[in-house]
Design a protein around this ligand. Structure first.
Ligand SMILES: [Zn+2]
Ligand SMILES: [Zn+2]
Length: 273
């Protein structure tokens, strides 16, 4: 079965703004059997307001809470409209925010029955002046996160510890872009490989995923990021996950129609189809 399990829609403020129907039509054209709509769920208002960023930038992260009902309604309409050509599943990409676990649980409860899949991701870590987005810009990562922890390897450690916490708290369908902390790896000076300790932490994460029957997003967006040039998770993690029999679900993380299904061939070659 050919699946694109991580995609964005016209509800994404940092996406291309193209109609979601066009994304779906592209997926049909590319021969996908299943297409999962995983728009960024809104961030809690008090979290957004406390972020050390300009308001305009914060608005660019996710849709507003007031748009949620329209998102659900429109996506379910599209699911119906294209049901003879492709199986569409409606979902969210959820941020793991350690201080908003109840808020997130309530959101999931509220939309239970409408949300068919969830991708749980860590995009925020504590840094200079509060919570910082780890995948925004290389300069931001370096100045406001790496310098805060001292070095990149310490950031990796905190990142994976946070991912582990997320998995202990929630039961998502998948963990999004597990090695997102590597997005700007070629921009960072110094060592960018994980320490032995972090490698053990990642091994622990994989065992936990196996135990809880949670899959991994095999996210090909990283191939196109000039400071990343690899998938998320990194290939060595993919190999370990495979050894444990953890499913890896292809995800293009498309924010524009032209990105739907990107690098599916690389996913196939890694998995030897
Ligand atoms: Zn996005
Ligand atoms: Zn993401």
């Amino acid at each position: 079965m050919k699946i694109d399990g991580h995609t964005h829609t016209h509800f994404c403020p940092h996406g291309s703004g193209e109609e979601t129907a066009k994304f779906i039509e592209k997926a049909i054209e590319l021969g996908f059997d299943r297409y999962v709509l995983t728009e960024h769920a809104p961030l809690p208002r008090s979290f957004s307001e406390a972020l050390p960023y300009e308001k305009e930038l914060v608005q660019y992260f996710t849709m507003e809470e007031t748009e949620l009902d329209d998102y659900i309604k429109e996506m379910h309409m599209l699911k119906q409209k294209y049901k003879d050509q492709i199986e569409i599943r409606v979902g969210f990409e959820l941020d793991y925010l350690p201080e908003y676990i109840d808020w997130t649980r309530n959101l999931l409860r509220e939309y239970q029955g409408y949300i068919e899949e969830t991708v749980l991701s860590v995009h925020f870590l504590k840094g200079v002046g509060g919570w910082r987005c780890i995948d925004h810009t290389p300069e931001e990562l370096k100045e406001n996160i790496v310098l805060h922890y001292g070095d990149f390897q310490s950031v990796q450690k905190v990142y994976y510890e946070t991912v582990k916490e997320a998995i202990l708290q929630f039961q998502p369908s998948r963990i999004g872009h597990l090695s997102l902390c590597q997005k700007f790896q070629h921009y960072i000076q110094g060592r960018t490989s994980v320490t032995e300790e972090t490698e053990k932490e990642i091994q622990g994460i994989l065992l936990l995923l196996k135990q809880k029957d949670i899959a991994l997003d095999f996210n090909t967006a990283g191939f196109d990021k000039k400071y990343c040039l690899e998938p998320y998770p990194s290939e060595w993690i993919v190999r370990k996950a495979q050894e444990l029999g953890i499913p890896l679900v292809f995800g293009s993380d498309a924010h524009a129609v032209k990105e739907v299904g990107r690098h599916y061939n690389r996913y196939e070659s890694i998995f030897g189809f």
